[in-house]
Design a protein around this ligand. Structure first.
Ligand SMILES: [Zn+2]
Length: 1129
């Protein structure tokens, strides 16, 4: 604003305060009014900064204190005050200091019968009351009584005054002292009656603002415990419930409905969980735990909650806020500090885990090239790369693949062909609408279903009827000890018969082997049963599953159903039908209710309560030796009816938000479906919401967070068959026994002349299970000295996973990594020939086995123990770290360290890495970063993965070092071992919101593919590095040429598809890539560009580079794909 104007404004304001002349005051007010009625908020703020608020308030006090106040001045003055006051945060305080409150209250009282004047006073009071302190002062001075006189029952007159008075009252009640006064003076029933009166006359919805203001009053009062009590005593729940029950869909009532819901949720009596104790049902005597006193029994008195109730989550954004306070700013703690956490001599024990460095391979004959193309084992000739949403690889039967089909399968299998854009043809699977029954949808477009479904033999049919009985198979561990029992023998025979009749070979799975492994797995509760899906196996679904579209307002309906339990309890059953805590059998098979079961590996369900005929409250178990971390669930349910929607509520979840609110579904496996030839976990459930409920944890007690809230995950399921046995889980389960089975099969599958695969035991866990360590590399070409030298000099790559047992997605990614690394894919072969992979696929076997979500058997998060792990308390971490230390001590620090995890709040797959500079910049730390030197290569791998892997996105990656993560694998390996590329790889539980999988939920196939792509990323990283050998580059080129022919075939077919693909057209982030590829394709296939922008690319240097590139035949499509990855990175 110009200087002149500024001084003019100041003169005006001064004159306003000093002038006694009515006409000049009016003129100035008129002028100010005009000035502020145009222009932006900036103008008002400017006036405030020049003392405008004070000037107006003084004028008000001076004018009002005269014997007969002049309303000709007061009315425009009030209008100005209301306008300026809205933008002045300190307005209430200023009014208080200048004594404007009293005069305004006095004026209001005088004008109770003069609505126009009264309305103006109320406007001023409304802005005064926006400050809680000022509001409290107004309350002391009797403002609330005054307002209640104004807010009358329904009348047609002066509704604007009534509305404003109600709004002022609501503002006043933000002050707790005012609310307390309101409770003491029985305002609650009065407000309820007033609201009801207005509601009953509001046929045209014209009084919504008045009703909303009255409800806001109640909402503020209900923040007090006494307020809630008064509300309940006045039948507030019943009154408000009946008001909105039938108008939920009415958009015009939205302002009323949302507040009523908030009040209902706030006033719903808080209560303890229906459990005797929150401590885990399972406890395990572990070293170093001081047995705490017996857990307190929960009582009602333990609850007080004055916290603000969350808003309705229907519209919340899912963005996760990152905390900057948590960033490490201590340069010492950020700097790499290679050093040992144990005596050096202790490291020698890990020499035995690196036999590859000392093995002489005397058995190898010096016949280079021998057998390189012969694949002698069962699995090795599969290019087994997991495919997302494709039936390939399931029940693989080579005889069925013929001619052209084979070619396509081969090409699809090649990892190179599946870099981000190459996948677009697979993406063409129709995006179905949200399905209530995933099975029907999945299989309705499956042409193969009839052959396996229609010829169900008699035996199969009888098994189907028995599905409910044989779904959990007696574990032979028990059979062994009761080998004479007829029942056991029958079971064994039954299993044999079942397997012979039904089971087609499933890639990398074997039920008998699984059974043998499960027998050796040691669990805290001594499980005697296996879950059918783990035993029988699992195949990825036949098509990708889209995210669930959330129905608008569904959460409200669910919450109202919860409230109805209190208000209309007539249909409430409240019968405990399953509980791990009760010693007596609760399962009543005769009755009509569902049966539950969870005593199997990775199982987690503690209690089930039938609430209504088709509704169950479920409680999951806390982690062993802990009172918290309830999130993971995995249980069996049987005895269901067909075509009935069952509602399930898991009522003791802990995390404040979940991807279940943003399109994620849980997973379901049906035994009947499996016996029909579809052993598939599918995403299922609809009407899924995740919200804070009325259960609270005790406020006092050992180690418990005070007054902690719980959250409900609610979902509805229509089961695919009646009388089926189904398994429901948080995410696709992957048990410890499954891993051990998998490793055994992998070990047997490799071609031992080519693949060096060694599985050994890293250590024993607290629970007495072996933590496996896997070494994968290529066998040396021969036992010649130079070949052995090359073999031993290969750099190490270290990958770990599943430190958090609830993150089964990490295991599926790991499964993809392992299968890819031992496969005959040329990329895998190159990887093996150039690296030694050290893999610890499950850092927390005990947690996985016992159905924990987060912790070890000591009830602690093992990924917070890396700073100083103990061999006795955290053996897997201690030895994983020891192995890394050992590698460092012999000068073989890994190129990359990565720990696979699952992420419950975000979508896609992404990496967390470590950077000093980025951390300091982000924290805006005062330390200068210019002197710090940092190798920026930590960004290369994520950039590569961003280009290669469909599920991966660079945009979610972060390289910040948080204080709270100081003891994680990522930070410790980075800092203590000096591994600059030390990562956590996070995979969403849900799916992707970018790339070819946008809008789809992950199946196991997508996760496994990510594991394979991670490996390809490691190869590209090496090819891009300065140290990459000429030999490797030549090998890579040769490899690409070999694939050229098959790729040509593939590309010709898919070219048109590619152009039509929505990903190709719409992906904004890859515009450059798109244009570039389009150009290449157009040139290759002599098609005219369909896209205008393509022309602009033609001169780009990248294309010239390609034509005269390093490689011979540089213009092959395969090379185009591969080479372009380099260019664009
Ligand atoms: Zn994790």
């Amino acid at each position: 604003m110009a200087e002149q104007e500024a001084s003019g404004l100041q003169v005006l304001l001064q004159t306003l305060q000093s002038s006694l002349d009515r006409e000049s005051i009016l003129a100035i007010l008129q002028l100010l009014g005009d000035l502020l009625s145009v222009g932006t908020d900036r103008r008002i703020r400017y006036m405030i900064s020049k003392g405008g608020s004070e000037a107006l308030l003084r004028t008000l006090v001076d004018t009002a204190r005269t014997a007969s106040p002049d309303y000709v001045i007061l009315l425009p003055l009030f209008r100005l005050l209301a306008k300026v006051g809205l933008r002045d945060k300190k307005f209430g305080q200023k009014a208080l200091e200048l004594e404007a409150l009293d005069v305004t209250l006095i004026l209001a009282r005088k004008n109770l019968c003069h609505s126009q004047n009264l309305l103006h006073c109320l406007w001023a009071l409304r802005v005064f009351a926006s400050s809680v302190t000022t509001g409290a002062m107004l309350g002391i001075n009797g403002a609330m009584e005054l307002l209640l006189k104004v807010i009358t029952p329904y009348t047609q007159k002066h509704t604007q005054v009534i509305r404003t008075a109600a709004e002022v009252l609501a503002a006043l009640l933000k002050s707790k002292s005012n609310s307390r006064r309101a409770v003491n003076r029985s305002y609650v029933p009065r407000l309820l009656r007033l609201h009801q009166d207005w509601h009953s006359h509001d046929t045209a919805h014209s009084f919504v603002p008045i009703r909303r203001a009255l409800l806001l009053c109640l909402k503020h009062i209900a923040k007090l415990r006494s307020g809630r009590e008064a509300f309940l005593a006045a039948q507030g729940m019943e009154i408000l419930f009946s008001i909105i029950q039938n108008c939920l869909d009415d958009q015009s009532l939205e302002p009323v409905i949302s507040i009523v819901l908030q009040i209902l949720r706030q006033c719903y009596p808080k209560s303890p969980l229906p459990l005797l104790t929150t401590s885990s049902t399972y406890s395990f005597p572990v070293p170093g735990i001081v047995t705490s006193e017996a857990p307190r029994v929960l009582t009602e008195e333990d609850y007080e909650d004055d916290s603000e109730e969350e808003e309705d989550k229907d519209s919340d954004s899912e963005d996760v806020k990152e905390e900057d306070d948590d960033l490490e700013t201590d340069v010492n703690k950020l700097s790499s500090k290679p050093g040992l956490d144990r005596p050096e001599e202790e490291l020698m024990q890990y020499k035995a885990m690196c036999l590859e460095l000392s093995c002489s391979f005397e058995e190898l004959e010096s016949k280079p090239g021998d057998d390189l193309n012969s694949d002698e084992t069962e699995y090795a000739n599969h290019h087994h790369i997991p495919t997302a949403a494709s039936p390939k690889g399931l029940f693989l039967n080579k005889d069925q693949i013929s001619g052209g089909q084979e070619k396509e399968v081969l090409v699809q299998n090649s990892l190179l062909s599946r870099v981000k854009m190459g996948r677009s043809s697979i993406h063409l699977t129709s995006k179905r609408g949200p399905g209530m029954n995933s099975y029907r949808n999945v299989h309705s477009n499956d042409p193969g279903i009839d052959s396996s479904g229609s010829d169900v033999s008699d035996i199969q049919a009888s098994f189907l009827e028995d599905a409910g009985d044989m779904d959990a198979i007696s574990c032979p561990r028990i059979s062994a000890s009761f080998s004479n029992s007829t029942k056991t023998r029958e079971t064994a025979e039954f299993i044999d018969q079942l397997l012979q009749t039904h089971l087609k070979p499933m890639v990398f799975h074997d039920p008998y082997l699984y059974m043998a492994k499960a027998r050796r797995t040691r669990s805290v509760a001594d499980f005697t049963m296996m879950a059918f899906p783990d035993f029988w196996g699992h195949c990825p679904p036949l098509s990708a599953q889209p995210m669930l579209q959330r129905k608008c307002g569904v959460q409200r309906i669910k919450i109202l159903e919860d409230v109805r339990r209190l208000i209309q309890p007539s249909d409430i059953i409240n019968k405990v039908v399953f509980s791990l805590d009760e010693p007596w059998p609760l399962q009543d098979t005769a009755s009509d209710c569902l049966q539950f079961f969870s005593a199997f590996e990775s199982g987690n369900l503690r209690k089930a309560i039938q609430v209504r005929e088709f509704e169950y409250d479920l409680l999951v178990n806390a982690d062993v030796n802990s009172t918290q971390h309830q999130q993971w669930f995995y249980f069996k349910v049987s005895g269901m009816r067909a075509a009935v929607p069952y509602r399930f509520n898991i009522i003791n979840c802990e995390k404040p938000n979940s991807q279940f609110n943003y399109g994620m579904q849980l997973t379901l496996y049906s035994v009947k479906e499996a016996l029909l030839g579809r052993p598939t976990w599918v995403r299922t459930g609809y009407d899924i919401c995740y919200y804070k409920n009325h259960y609270r944890q005790r406020t006092a007690g050992a180690g418990a967070a005070s007054g902690k809230c719980y959250y409900t995950l609610t979902f509805a399921v229509i089961f695919p068959h009646a009388e089926d046995a189904c398994y429901l889980a948080y995410h696709y389960p992957y048990t410890y026994s499954a891993l051990m089975t998998h490793l055994d099969i992998l070990g047997k599958s490799v071609n031992r002349k080519q693949v060096y695969f060694r599985q050994e035991v890293l250590c024993q866990t607290l629970g007495g299970n072996s933590c496996p360590l896997v070494t994968i590399t290529a066998m040396p070409e021969s036992d010649r000295a130079d070949h052995l030298e090359q073999f031993r000099q290969r750099p190490y790559q270290v990958i770990t996973a599943r430190v958090h047992p609830g993150e089964s997605n990490a295991s599926w990614v790991m499964k993809g990594t392992l299968e890819f690394l031992v496969s005959s894919d040329p990329v895998a072969r190159l990887l093996r020939e150039n690296f030694i992979f050290k893999i610890i696929p499950m850092l927390n076997p005990d947690g996985v086995i016992n159905g924990n979500h987060r912790c070890s058997l000591r009830g602690e998060d093992l990924n917070r123990q890396w700073l100083s792990p103990s061999a006795h308390l955290q053996p897997t971490i201690y030895h994983a770290k020891g192995l890394l230390h050992y590698l460092g001590s012999i000068g073989r620090r890994p190129t990359v360290f990565c720990d696979f995890h699952g992420h419950s709040q975000k979508k896609n797959v992404f990496l967390y890495g470590c950077s000093i500079k980025e951390t300091l910049w982000q924290a805006e730390a005062t330390v200068g970063t210019s002197n710090l030197s940092e190798d920026v290569s930590y960004r290369t791998l994520p950039k590569i993965l961003d280009k290669l892997a469909p599920a991966f996105t660079m945009s979610s990656c972060s390289f910040l070092v948080e204080k709270s993560r100081a003891s994680t694998a990522r930070v410790v390996v980075w800092r203590e071992m000096g591994v600059s590329r030390s990562y956590t790889m996070e995979s969403s539980y849900c799916g992707c919101n970018q790339g070819p999988y946008q809008g789809l939920q992950f199946g196991t196939g997508e996760l496994e593919e990510m594991g394979a792509m991670f490996c390809l990323g490691l190869l590209v990283l090496e090819l891009k590095s300065g140290s990459c050998s000429h030999q490797l580059l030549t090998r890579a080129a040769a490899l690409l040429n070999a694939e050229e022919e098959s790729l040509d075939f593939y590309l010709q077919r898919s070219f048109s598809v590619l152009l039509a693909s929505s990903y190709f057209r719409t992906s904004v982030c890859c515009v450059h890539l798109q244009r570039y590829y389009l150009h290449i394709f157009c040139e290759l296939f002599e098609v005219k560009p369909v896209h205008q922008n393509i022309k602009s690319c033609q001169k780009e240097k990248t294309v010239e580079d390609l034509k005269h590139g390093y490689f011979p035949n540089a213009f092959s499509p395969t090379l185009t794909l591969f080479y372009s990855v380099f260019l664009i990175l």
